[in-house]
Design a protein around this ligand. Structure first.
Ligand code: ADP
Length: 647
């Protein structure tokens, strides 16, 4: 049973979730800066401009298609759903056109006029990254990437339902202009004036058919709509037998089969990685991908990714979990939250199911039986995948755990421990004996015959924990100790309570109960002898501590703090550091090492010199605080006290 105090602690903790690690600063859009960075980005990343523009065109068609599917009043011609690329070598122009949803004047202004993606720049600033830093490869900056290869970008767009078209034009550096213009039919044309070659860069490449074709194949093969280009071929002139001429034929370059519909065996890691960056799932490479095709009562395809790095906003409230949701190939939701439990919120990817209704509302979707089934299925698959990784690819798993282990620990105490069974085998902690990360299962397997508990010690760093006096006795017994350095570790095991019937125990717990019978006897006698003295110490220290006790756990140190009750000293520290600190405190016990020389001095002082005794008590208490990493309430008094005994 979880105690009521612990429940109170958990309620407070739920507010901790998502409020630590990254402080978000308000950031003004610095379009010019970002453009500069982009233009100076390394050559190999420039080619992604094409992927970005094609994705935008595909999104624009998606939007119109979706509208049309869910609203009978909308007329459309399915044959219009394609993306066209035109090359004009002589004038150095590359054009990408779509007959999608289009943009009106306001949208041109707000979508292209300022950089929406200021997040990437903010990230760069917050992390003090140098200008050479590969921000493009890391983020994908959408439309603006066009300026990496162009001197001038022209956007001509007519929105669906609008009768006017507008032209947006910019050379990147000195702002942009918008004016009304002529355009037949709805949709958007993006026209790039390709830069002249420089000593280092061959911009001419982007005017070559073969190059564009290979870029489409590389990055945009899976786009659902045809990507068409006029291909030059040489043909026999009609009516002649030996005269040839150049003719242009419109050809579709991409295969159009979405990656999730393809056979797993035909796909390479690279294909999944391309999909990952094409979709902007993350700015890293995925650590792992899962390709799921379920063909049962409910059918669905899904591609899921476990990222390698923690997204910069992951542990903040801004981070939104969710998977893309498609209904039979049509995107119906960008971030479907109901598909992922919070503890797997780091997973990126998509789900496509034929069985979902297209115009289902968000509210209805929550209760949708199919969706629930898929979510449950996905949860199990992710867990199995992680377990396999832990078993067979330990290094990879440790990389994963470094990035997202904290989320798994949240999962343990979230919902009052409802999912702890699912997650406990995924936990890892640093071990005192192995000097590396170990699982609970490995710990329990190694436990000594006479050992009844799983021991842990909390602190700021492994180094500091190693030096904690409280670890001495446990280490002397030859028991392994798990080191907790994450502020939520202890909360997680408090909710877990035990693993494979072995209870967790802090080395600082008051009831550690590791003394031998002889030691216990000795302790009792000593306590009897010095009862008055301990009472006196308790009186001097007052409310600061619950009791003063003899300690047999200490070997070389004179004092330490232990705690009674549900809240440990480390937990108190975390709770105190939170906004609207709750005032919940650990019940601290000052333990004195009766085998230490100091103990004799203390006894002498108690008998002969009450002032000195008072001084010793306060100093010992403050020393115990310092060892715990707690601050001394009055440092000036403390140093004065030390000076007094030095005199
Ligand atoms: P992102 O696509 O990630 O939102 P972009 O900078 O690529 O960022 O594009 C900004 C916005 O401009 C898009 O969200 C979209 O609303 C609009 N946009 C870009 N290209 C097109 C297009 N071809 N048709 C319609 N809207 C477009």
């Amino acid at each position: 049973m979880i105690s009521t105090l612990l429940i109170r602690v958990l309620i407070i903790l739920f507010n901790l979730k998502g409020e630590n690690t990254v402080v978000k600063k308000q950031f003004k859009a610095e379009s010019k800066r970002l453009l500069d960075i982009m233009i100076n980005s390394i050559y190999t990343h420039r080619e992604i401009f094409l992927r970005e523009l094609i994705s935008n065109a595909s999104d624009a068609i998606d939007k119109l298609y979706y509208k049309a599917l869910t609203d009978d009043a909308i007329e459309f011609n399915k044959n219009d759903f394609y993306i066209k690329i035109d090359l004009d070598k002589d004038n150095r122009l590359l054009k990408i056109s779509d007959k999608g949803i289009g943009m009106d004047q306001d949208e041109l202004e707000s979508n292209l006029g300022i950089i929406a993606k200021s997040g990437s720049l903010a990230f760069k600033k917050e992390n003090n990254l140098k200008d050479g830093y590969d921000i493009i490869g890391q983020f994908g900056v959408g439309f603006y990437s066009a300026f990496m290869v162009s001197d001038k970008v022209t956007v001509i767009s007519r929105p669906y339902g609008g009768d006017k078209a507008f032209k947006w034009e910019s050379n990147g550096a000195s702002g942009y202009s918008i004016e009304e213009c002529e355009k037949e039919g709805v949709g958007t044309d993006i026209i790039l004036k390709i830069k002249e070659n420089t000593e280092d860069d061959q911009y001419d490449d982007y005017l070559e058919q073969y190059r564009i074709k290979s870029l489409v194949k590389k990055y945009s093969d899976f786009i659902r709509y045809p990507i068409k280009m006029d291909e030059k071929t040489t043909k026999l002139k009609e009516g002649t037998e030996d005269e040839y001429e150049d003719v242009f034929e419109e050809k579709t370059i991409n295969s159009m089969v979405p990656i999730w519909r393809k056979n797993k065996n035909e796909l390479k890691d690279e294909d999944y990685e391309n999909f990952y960056s094409e979709k902007h799932y993350g700015f890293d490479k995925p650590l792992k991908h899962l390709h799921i095709s379920v063909d049962g009562v409910i059918r669905y395809d899904s591609i899921l990714f476990i990222p390698e790095n923690t997204p910069f906003d992951y542990y903040t409230k801004e981070y939104e979990k969710g998977l893309e949701l498609y209904s039979n190939g049509v995107l119906i939701m960008n971030k479907c939250q109901d598909l992922l439990p919070d503890y797997f919120s780091f997973v990126k990817g998509m789900v496509d199911s034929e069985d979902l209704s297209l115009n289902i509302s968000r509210e209805l979707l929550q209760h949708d039986r199919q969706l629930k089934f898929i979510a449950k299925n996905i949860k199990t698959k992710i867990k199995t995948e992680l377990q396999n990784m832990l078993k067979h690819e330990r290094d990879k798993y440790e990389t994963f755990y470094k990035a997202f282990g904290r989320q798994i620990k949240y999962g343990i105490y979230d919902n009052y421990g409802m999912d702890k069974e699912i997650l406990q085998d995924l936990l890892m902690f640093y071990s005192s004996t192995e000097k590396k990360m170990v699982t609970l299962d490995e710990y329990v397997e190694r436990m000594k015959e006479d050992q009844s508990h799983i021991y842990y010690a909390s602190g700021e760093s492994y180094d500091r924990i190693e030096k904690l006096p409280q670890t001495e006795l446990v280490t002397d017994k030859g028991y392994e100790i798990l080191y907790f350095i994450d502020d939520i570790d202890e909360f997680a095991v408090r909710v877990l309570m035990n693993y494979k019937d072995k209870e967790f125990k802090s080395v600082s717990a008051g009831d550690l109960d590791l003394e031998t019978e002889a030691e216990k006897k000795e302790k009792e006698t000593e306590l009897d002898e010095s009862k008055d003295m301990f009472e006196h110490m308790k009186n001097i220290l007052g409310e600061k501590i619950k009791a003063v006790k003899i300690s047999k756990r200490l070997k070389n140190h004179p004092v330490c703090l232990s705690n009674e009750g549900d809240v440990s000293i480390e937990m108190e520290k975390v709770l105190q550091a939170m906004p609207n600190a709750s005032g919940i405190k650990a019940e601290k016990v000052l333990e004195i090492n009766s085998n230490h020389e100091i103990y004799q001095s203390l006894k002498e002082a108690f008998e002969k010199d009450k002032d000195k005794f008072d001084l010793y008590t306060k100093i010992l208490y403050n020393q115990a605080l310092l060892i715990e990493g707690l601050s001394v309430q009055d440092p000036v008094e403390f140093t004065n006290d030390i000076c007094k005994i030095m005199k």
